[in-house]
Design a protein around this ligand. Structure first.
Ligand SMILES: [Zn+2]
Length: 275
């Protein structure tokens, strides 16, 4: 599933194409994309809207219109935007044609992605109910993470996968962040010492920045709007690297399950320390 670095990369690809343009024609060919709202109704509402800005919060892409309305897109497992109409793509679920003649296709193999059109007064409240603070904002500090982890008995990995703890971290970047922090993924969140919380905070930010720098990771269906692929998977420290030597100490990376998710860590650098 695309996480913050992948969605941010998509945002950067879409912004120059969409910003300042009006949606001339919109076709939504999949009822699952907009349900329970009729896709034809959403398409009709979108037509004529002028894009002010393409934003992101956590894993949500936010197409903000001059009218104050916003289209919230969640790519889930396999959603992707591609510049161009891509009329022959069997997985195309929607196409947006712009007033300058450009087109953007939305493809989604597994069809878990969602498009939600919100009224001006609904946008921020909706996002606040779904996601916590943006980890890469200047205003985001270790104390904010500490507040969210305090008193939680869940393993730290499960706690940071919760989108209300911090926005945009998923299975990949959680493992990468905890390796950087030298914290075992099963450590109960409430048992972390303040310096460990600070290390997790720094680990999250460093792992996400490294992902953005490489334009996200391409595993399965993730694609950049220009059709290219990200390269972050080539620099993962632990994710998907079971049996390979740890970059720091050479110990083979181990795989366990945490919160039902495959979890990779270094058994030497990330020692288990219970409550
Ligand atoms: Zn190690």
């Amino acid at each position: 599933m695309p996480e913050l670095p992948e969605v941010e990369t998509v945002r950067r690809g879409l912004a120059p194409v969409l910003e300042g343009r009006s949606l001339a024609a919109v076709e939504i060919a999949d009822v699952r994309l907009t349900r329970p709202v009729d896709p034809a109704e959403v398409a009709a509402e979108l037509e004529g809207q002028r894009v002010e800005r393409v934003d992101r919060r956590g894993k949500y892409l936010i197409v903000r219109f001059e009218s104050g309305r916003a289209l919230l897109v969640h790519l889930r497992m396999t959603g992707a935007f591609l510049v161009g109409a891509h009329d022959d793509d069997p997985h195309r679920r929607a196409v947006v044609r712009l007033d300058d003649g450009a087109a953007i296709a939305y493809r989604d193999v597994r069809r878990f992605g969602t498009w939600l059109l919100l009224e001006p007064d609904e946008v921020e409240a909706y996002l606040d109910s779904k996601v916590g603070r943006e980890p890469l904002d200047d205003a985001y500090k270790a104390k904010h993470l500490a507040e969210r982890l305090r008193g939680r008995r869940a393993p730290v990995k499960a706690a940071i996968l919760d989108q209300r703890t911090v926005a945009g971290v998923g299975n990949i970047y959680a493992d990468e962040a905890l390796w950087r922090a030298r914290v075992h993924p099963l450590t109960p969140a409430a048992a972390l010492e303040p310096e460990e919380v600070a290390a997790v905070y720094r680990g999250i930010r460093a792992a996400l920045r490294a992902g953005i720098e490489r334009q996200g990771s391409t595993l399965r269906d993730y694609r950049l709007p220009d059709g290219g692929e990200g390269g972050a998977q080539d620099e993962f420290k632990v994710y998907g690297r079971g049996g390979e030597p740890c970059d720091r100490c050479g110990t083979p990376i181990d795989k366990i399950r945490v919160a039902g998710r495959g979890t990779w860590y270094c058994p030497a650098c990330q020692r288990y320390r219970g409550a």
